[in-house]
Structures are given as structure tokens and as C-alpha cells.
Write a protein that binds this ligand. Structure first.
Ligand SMILES: *Cc1c(COP(=O)(O)O)cnc(C)c1O
Length: 356
């Protein structure tokens, strides 16, 4: 018998979440963001469930090549652009759209030999200060790109640092507005802006985490009214049970000490499975239709939960660490992180089932 942990990927929920996303954006098109191997879900297994998208946005060239080999013939956007001159051969061969954020990339595109001109996304640094041309250099970069015979179309792009906040897109939106005219398509909205800032939708949105049923803000309550559904359930089983007396402690570092007699259960899931080691006592875990509390430190392969209030509980009972019944955002929030990180961190050793 294998260890009783597994992840279930709910493919139909991708299709559902994509249609929820479409309802928010009118006639705008969607780049479905699948970087980090589809936020830990596996591009290879999930892309077909999203194949009614308008395009896929990824990071690594090998992700783009995989999509082409899998049969996707639509647009593919390299969110971070190409990393060296040589990468442009792949951009050309696989007909990729690339973002352009630095001067050296302008020279590289100018000097490359393509079988057909390429589409580019010119990235403005609107205040996040990660990638992009500064506002004073942006007009020149866009002009230079659009004059290149190697370039067939230029789209204006920027990225928001605070799209989960009510006024979080105001300043960066103001900074790109002077460059927006009818000559260039515009693509600036991520998931937060897709849900909460309709004025930023323009021609294309780039939606990631909402396709995976998690909240761009990290708080599930913020998307509770959106009918987004979890795409990943992490589940395991109870493999041990104990009654402990007041004064007894649990796990490494004895981080939790019982103040009264308790019934506790050990679950076959630990940080080597991708469960956050920093999840503190009280982090919710789903068991037999109710939330139980994590107790003490998460070990490499196991964690412990309080089942004192559970009537019937026995070894072999299924436990949900996050997923259909327990939003990943709630677990992430308790552990001081965001759903994005937990999805991406699902460990290789966890067997994954893809459910139609
Ligand atoms: C990751 C990423 C996105 C998608 O972000 P979500 O918050 O998951 O929607 C959009 N644009 C860029 C440039 C990104 O890197």
C-alpha cells in the first residue's frame, strides 16, 4: 500500500473558473496564466480543460514548447520575455509572443533573423520596480519596436502590485494611460484587476490564480461571492490516534501542550508533501464534514490534529488538507502565506489524480 496521501486535480473546475472569468471581462480576451507548471497543477494535464482560453501565458521556454507539442496552436505569451539572444530562435520556431522589458532585448530583436515577424508586449514599469521600461523611456521603446520589420504587433503591458486593494491600480493605471491610444492593444490586468478593476480590462487580461479557484488577495472571503471552485484537493488519512492527559505535549519542540485531556489524531501529511511547516496550532484541517485544528509543529511526514470534539473518528478516515471543502486560502492565511505558494509547493512525492 502506498502512503495514503494524494492530490486530486478537478479538471472540470478549470473550465468552470474560466467561464466565471469570462463573465467579468466582456469582450476582452484572456491569457490563462500557467507559469510554474500551471501553479503546481501540471500544464500537461490541465491545459485542455482551459483550451477555450484565448491564449496561455507562461514563463519558461520549455513550457511553451510543451504546449506546442501537446497541440496548442493559439497564442502563447512569455511573461518574463526571453532570457538571451538565442531564445529568439525558439520564439520564432514556436511562434511565441514575448514581453520586452529591457534595452538589450530591443537590440536582440532587431538583430535576429525570423521566418515571420513576431508579436511583442512592451512592458512599462509603472511602479512595481521589478521589470519594465521606466515611463521616461517607454515611448521610445514602443516606437522603436513598432518600427522594426521583425515586429508585427506591439501590445502595451504593465503589472499591478496591489490589484487586491480598492484603489491599488489607480497610480500604475495613471502611469500607463498617457501611452494608451488606438494604435496599440493594451494588456494590464492580472486576476485581482480582472475581478475588481473593470476599467483595466482593455483588450486582454492575464488571469492566473482565479482559474485555480483561489483569491488574488489571499483571503477567501474576498472571492466567496464569485463561484470560483477549487482545482486542487490535497487529502490524506488518519494513521494514528491517542488520548493525552493535561500537561502532555505534541511533536517536535513540544510546541503545543494540552491544558486538558484531549483526543488527537496523526495525519500522513507533512512539509515534505508541500504542507507549510509554519502552519501554527489552530490551522484548519477538514475531517468528516467539520474543521479540526492543527496542533503543534508540522513534521516532515506527519501532522497532528485535535479530534476531541469529533464523535466518530478512526484510523483510515480521510482528511482534507485543502481543496473542495476547505479553501486553500484559509490554510494559507493561517500559515502566513497565500494560496499561490501552497499550490506551487505541492511536492513531487505526492501522487496526483486528474479527475474529469
Ligand atoms: C503571474 C502573473 C500574472 C497572473 O497573476 P495572478 O495574480 O495569478 O492573476 C499576470 N501577469 C504577470 C506578468 C504575471 O507574472
Amino acid at each position: 500500500m502506498p502512503r495514503p496521501i494524494s492530490a486530486v486535480i478537478h479538471l472540470q473546475n478549470f473550465t468552470h473558473n474560466l467561464s466565471v472569468t469570462r463573465r467579468h471581462i466582456g469582450a476582452s480576451k484572456i491569457w490563462s496564466v500557467m507559469k510554474a507548471d500551471a501553479y503546481g497543477h501540471s500544464i500537461k494535464h490541465v491545459w485542455k480543460a482551459l483550451s477555450s482560453t484565448d491564449g496561455f501565458a507562461i514563463l519558461d521556454l520549455h513550457e511553451a514548447i510543451l504546449l506546442r507539442e501537446e497541440g496548442w496552436t493559439g497564442p502563447i505569451l512569455l511573461l518574463e520575455g526571453f532570457f538571451q539572444q538565442d531564445d529568439l530562435k525558439v520564439v520564432d520556431q514556436y511562434q511565441l509572443t514575448t514581453s520586452v522589458h529591457s534595452d538589450w532585448q530591443l537590440d536582440a530583436i532587431e538583430n535576429a533573423t525570423f521566418t515571420a515577424p513576431i508579436s511583442v508586449y512592451a512592458k512599462l514599469n509603472s511602479g512595481m520596480n521589478r521589470l519594465g521600461f521606466s515611463p521616461d523611456k517607454y515611448a521610445d521603446a514602443v516606437k522603436r519596436l513598432s518600427s522594426m520589420s521583425n515586429v508585427s504587433s506591439v501590445t502595451l503591458m504593465t503589472h499591478f502590485a496591489n490589484s487586491d486593494l480598492t484603489t491599488g491600480t489607480d497610480l500604475p493605471h495613471q502611469r500607463i494611460k498617457p501611452f494608451i491610444d488606438h494604435n496599440y492593444p493594451v494588456c494590464i490586468a492580472n486576476s485581482g484587476a480582472t475581478l475588481w478593476h473593470p476599467k483595466t480590462h482593455y483588450d486582454w487580461v492575464r488571469s492566473g490564480v482565479i482559474l485555480y479557484g483561489a483569491s488574488p488577495s489571499g483571503k477567501w472571503q474576498d472571492i466567496a461571492d464569485k463561484d470560483l471552485r477549487a482545482t486542487m484537493t490535497l487529502r490524506s488519512q488518519i494513521i494514528g490516534m491517542h488520548y493525552i492527559a493535561a500537561g502532555e505535549s505534541i511533536g517536535y519542540g513540544s510546541k503545543f501542550t494540552a491544558s486538558q485531556p484531549m483526543k488527537i489524531a496523526t495525519v500522513a501529511c507533512g512539509y515534505a508533501d508541500g504542507y507549510p511547516r509554519h502552519a501554527p496550532t489552530g490551522t484548519p484541517v477538514w475531517l468528516n464534514g467539520q474543521r479540526c485544528a492543527l496542533l503543534g509543529a508540522v513534521s516532515m511526514d506527519m501532522l497532528t490534529i485535535d479530534v476531541s470534539e469529533c464523535q466518530e473518528v478512526s484510523i483510515g478516515d480521510e482528511v482534507e488538507l485543502w481543496g473542495k471543502n476547505l479553501p486553500i486560502d484559509d490554510v494559507a492565511q493561517a500559515a502566513g502565506t497565500i494560496g499561490y505558494e501552497l499550490m506551487c509547493a505541492l511536492a513531487k512525492r505526492v501522487p496526483v489524480l486528474y479527475e474529469e
